[in-house]
Ligand binder design. Structure first.
Ligand code: HSE
Length: 439
């Protein structure tokens, strides 16, 4: 059997995990895989960075050309991140005849169509298991394992950093800032952590997962995205009192007339919901197929070794020829799928949680309730705690949950409530997401 050469570009957190699996723990691959797989190049712009793995002399370089011109290197792993330099590197690798393995969800969400087409022109493939859900074999399971289904919906916790922060704020007693610092130290967060907390990273993953699950050419700009930056411990605790857990969810739903609703936002889910006990950096994705029903994929969604595990799985998949056949024969990637119509977020119907800060005096709530009623929003529960005897605050929190309402009506009602002159700060609104019905 030939030995297949591999080159790694970008030796940061995940890159070092890949080096560890491909050099220090090389024996396990040679026991399990007939083809020889050999790491030949590690390309990184910073040759002096302190690394936790030993890279043999001559393997580390800051010159991509070393990899590109080496005919024995047939697989390039892109772990540079970002959407500019990384895009250029992937195109150069494809043109030089290399298959590409990448964990770069932002790159595929924004430029997938162009890159997949370039790979097809070059007769090569792009494998991207590590782009979604860290170490969970999610892409492979959805794309091949569920191919007989028309997927109805997927619900995912797909950002380890946000899930870690939300878990640590409630169970670990940490502030948002210290939980985020911890997630960074553990290697979960992106180089630019705003991608995590703004929901953008989850949206990148949703674009990829919804694409292969529904077989559609997702337009990233049509995904509604809200992050966790404004989430307050007051709301997490109020939600707990009502029996809810707060999670940043990535949601894809097939709606009427083959329109799609794609969105990322914080959501209250019941404690009995299948995703409610997914904590810390773990990720989980529920996929509902019309034949299989509910499937749930769970595992570590971020961090060095879980993500490296998925990268190396892709390297093997490319080396043994699976990835190439999958890439060529399944019609599930942006460049060979049709664009679709999207359901506007205003038309989506669900339940809501609001927290309104209002003065504790007669008639205030009656005015607010009138606005909700006028917008066809039926209230399900209203809760105002007795103020502490010592409290001198000018306003008190009133927590409201609704029955199912149309988002457009909710937005209009909240804008009107804000203009009444009785709420002392902008209302907090968190969507309530119920468990999806199986069939
Ligand atoms: N920053 C990402 C996360 C890493 O926290 O989930 C894995 O994609």
């Amino acid at each position: 059997m030939d030995t297949i050469g591999v080159g790694l570009i970008g030796c940061g957190t995940v890159g070092q995990g890949v080096v560890s699996l491909m050099l220090e723990r090389r024996d396990r691959l040679s026991r399990k895989v007939a083809a020889g797989i050999e790491l030949r190049h590690v390309i990184d712009k910073d040759l002096r960075a302190r690394r936790d793995v030993d890279i043999p002399k001559g393997m580390l370089s800051d010159d991509l050309a070393c990899l590109l011109k080496d005919d024995q290197t047939r697989i390039a792993i892109e772990l540079v991140g970002g959407t500019t330099v990384a895009k250029d590197i992937v195109l150069q690798c494809l043109e030089a005849g290399k298959d590409v393995v990448t964990a770069n969800k932002a790159l595929l969400a924004h430029h997938g169509r162009e890159l997949y087409a370039a790979a097809r022109r070059a007769g090569r493939c792009i494998a991207f298991e590590a782009s979604c859900g860290g170490g969970i074999p999610l892409v492979e399971s959805i794309r091949r394992g569920l191919i007989a289904n028309e997927v109805q919906a997927l619900y995912g916790i797909v950002n380890g950093t946000c899930n870690y922060i939300l878990t640590q704020m409630v169970a670990g007693g940490k502030t948002y800032a210290s939980a985020l610092a911890d997630a960074k130290a553990k290697g979960y967060a992106e180089a630019d952590e705003t991608l995590d907390v703004s929901g953008a990273d989850s949206a990148h993953k949703l674009a990829i997962l919804a694409g292969i699950a529904f077989g559609i050419d997702v337009d990233f700009d049509r995904i509604t995205v809200e992050g966790i930056q404004a989430i307050d411990l007051t709301d997490l605790k109020a939600g707990q009192e009502l029996g809810y857990v707060c999670k940043l969810l990535a949601i894809g739903q097939r709606r009427k007339n083959n329109t799609f609703s794609l969105r990322v936002h914080p959501a209250f889910i019941r404690r009995s919901h299948p995703l409610a006990n997914v904590n810390r950096s773990f990720n989980a994705v529920s996929v509902y197929g019309d034949a299989v029903g509910h499937t749930l994929f769970y595992g570590r969604g971020a961090g060095r070794m879980p993500t490296a595990s998925a990268v190396v799985a892709d390297v093997v998949d490319v080396a043994i020829g699976n990835a190439g056949r999958t890439f060529e024969q399944l019609r599930l990637l942006n460049d060979v799928c049709e664009p679709v119509a999207y359901m506007p977020i205003e038309d989506v119907e669900k339940r809501y949680y609001f927290r309104l800060m209002v003065p504790d005096r007669p008639g205030v709530f009656a005015r607010i309730a009138h606005v909700f009623g006028a917008h066809d929003i039926s209230l399900s529960a209203i809760n105002q705690h007795e103020p502490e005897a010592s409290a001198e605050s000018e306003s008190v929190p009133v927590v409201v949950t609704t029955h199912v309402a149309r988002e457009g009506n909710v937005r209009q009602a909240l804008a009107e409530v804000s203009s009444l002159g009785v709420v002392t700060c902008p209302p907090v609104c968190i969507r309530v997401v119920e468990e999806h019905e199986e069939f």
